[in-house]
Design a protein around this ligand. Structure first.
Ligand code: C5P
Length: 231
């Protein structure tokens, strides 16, 4: 079976799914936790695979779960599955190395953002296609944000109008992401951070509430409700 979706698509989506997910409590890799009876990773891959620009999806699975993840995803969509690394950044690098020639746009998308609408995948890809080398989906911050010291005493109140919460998928011109990973130092929590370190401007597009990251038990409960409501 070919691991190709739309042969005329110009987008590869990398899904780092090799995290342990300790913040959701015991019970195995987070990407394989159930949401509405199916693993988070299945929800993510199903949605990404319906985005019309997507040529290839590469999933980085826990090294011990590569065969199981391949079997899990075979009925969902044609995807490549590779072993992830000890850090998210290494998992992304492994997935990037597996992208076949063809797609010039690479999106990196956390498996934990199970309900991300395919339209957000397309919006990020479109902004890269329009000429931005690096694109991130963002939401405004609604809570007041304060900087505090180790003793829990407030140091300053931050101007929240200039702050954004950053989601995935993050999109890149393929060569820009490859160069940033090749030059990467200490692991960062997102790929745009690596690109920023290379001096590449990162462009923001509107994110989606539905692209929430399922990190804590509360997020899973919220995601269950959203899924039941048809999202
Ligand atoms: O741990 P965190 O929630 O920041 O993980 C974000 C994403 O990176 C998740 O989809 C997780 O599976 C993935 N990850 C990975 N390899 C690691 C650590 C995290 O693919 N070693």
């Amino acid at each position: 079976m070919t691991a190709q979706l739309n042969p005329r698509g110009d987008v590869a989506v990398l899904v780092p799914a090799a995290g342990a997910g300790v913040r959701l409590g015991p019970g195995g890799p987070k990407a394989l936790r159930l949401l509405g009876g199916e693993p988070l990773l299945v929800h993510v891959v199903r949605r990404v695979a319906t985005a019309p620009s997507v040529h290839t999806v590469v999933v980085a699975a826990p090294a011990t779960e590569v065969d199981a993840v391949r079997q899990l995803l075979t009925p969902v969509a044609p995807v490549l599955v590779v072993a992830g690394g000890a850090e998210r950044q290494a998992s992304v690098a492994n997935a990037l190395a597996a992208v076949p020639s063809g797609p010039d746009i690479v999106l990196v998308h956390d498996a934990a953002r199970a309900l991300t609408p395919p339209a957000l995948v397309e919006a990020v890809a479109a902004a890269v296609r329009a000429g931005h080398d690096a694109v991130i989906p963002v939401l405004p911050v609604s809570d007041t944000i304060k900087r505090v010291d180790a003793a829990g005493v407030v140091l300053t109140t931050v101007d929240r109008s200039a702050l954004r919460a950053v989601q995935t998928p993050q999109g890149f011109r393929r060569g820009v992401l490859a160069a940033a990973h090749a030059a990467a130092g200490d692991p960062l929590t997102d790929d745009a951070g690596l690109v920023e370190q290379q001096g590449v401007p990162v462009f923001c597009v509107p994110g989606s509430e539905y692209a929430l990251k399922v990190t804590r038990p509360f997020d899973l409960t919220l995601a269950e409700h959203l899924l039941a409501a048809g999202h």
